[in-house]
Design a protein around this ligand. Structure first.
Ligand code: B12
Length: 201
């Protein structure tokens, strides 16, 4: 009986003394696990960054091969539409993206816009329309663009334009028309890609 008690005591002593060691080991394992996760995530993140920079680098090379100058854009407001906030936001964002931007200000006619585009030798014309007059204004601009042979100039824009009208305008040669809520990044990317593909000088 006495011997048995002694053995039990020995075991309990061993267990109680090994418990802190076990806890320490568990802590160490947790630390090692955390360190491992940290290193793995940093490694994956660095690969991600590298891929992104390679991608951007390739994109810049493509762009500089095609154009050795900034993209030129005419941003215009036509008719009596006084909503100029969108036009100003777009003009500023395109300029911030490295483009040369000419803003016409309010109350232009379609003919005035096309004449300015010709004189300023722009790559793209961007019309901001929130008045509802887009089905009159865009066809008129297309008409004058054809008359002046501005066939390789992008006509784009945005504002309050229903999707069904955007589709009809696309059929007569109008480019992408962006509704409220579109991000600046997607507008900038669209213009950059269009110019890179269509104006090789
Ligand atoms: C602010 C505002 C006003 C302000 C304008 C201030 C200013 N200086 O711009 C004030 C109070 C003056 C105003 C007046 C009126 N307004 Co208002 N107004 C608005 C409102 C609430 C927001 C417009 C805005 O500034 N948005 C912020 C900018 C940054 O967005 P955005 O212009 O849409 O631009 C984005 C896209 O559309 C696109 N985009 C726009 N332009 C371009 C250009 C290019 C090149 C590209 C690539 C993309 C692009 O990209 C931008 C980013 O996503 C809209 C409702 C709405 N939710 O849109 C009504 C709205 C446009 N107004 C409307 C109306 C009816 C009027 C008035 C006629 C009201 C009246 N009876 O007096 C007057 C007209 C005044 C005039 N002289 O034209 C209607 C138009 C209805 C229609 N077209 O069918 C709207 C839609 C309200 C409604 N739901 O009825 N308005």
């Amino acid at each position: 009986m006495h011997r048995e008690l002694e053995t039990v005591n020995k075991w309990s002593l061993l267990c109680s003394s090994s418990f802190p060691i076990y806890r320490q080991e568990r802590k160490n394992r947790e630390w090692a696990g955390n360190l491992f996760l940290l290193l793995i995530s940093r490694y994956l993140f660095s690969i991600h960054i590298k891929e992104k920079s390679i991608h951007l680098h390739q994109f810049n090379i493509t762009m500089s091969k095609v154009l050795n100058r900034p993209i030129r854009v005419l941003v215009a407001k036509v008719g009596l539409d006084g909503h100029d906030r969108g036009a100003k936001v777009i003009a500023t964002s395109l300029r911030d993206a490295g483009m040369e931007v000419i803003y016409t200000g309010l109350r232009q006619t379609p003919e005035m816009v096309v004449n300015t585009a010709l004189q300023e030798d722009v790559d793209a014309i961007g019309i901001s329309i929130l008045s509802g007059a887009h089905m009159t204004i865009f066809p008129k601009i297309i008409h004058f663009m054809k008359e002046k042979q501005l066939d390789d100039v992008l006509l784009t824009g945005g504002g309050i334009i229903p999707e069904s009208d955007r589709m009809k305008l696309a059929e007569i040669g109008v480019g992408e028309l962006f509704p409220p809520g579109t991000t600046m990044a997607s507008i900038v990317a669209y213009i950059q890609n269009w110019v890179a593909e269509n104006r090789n000088f």
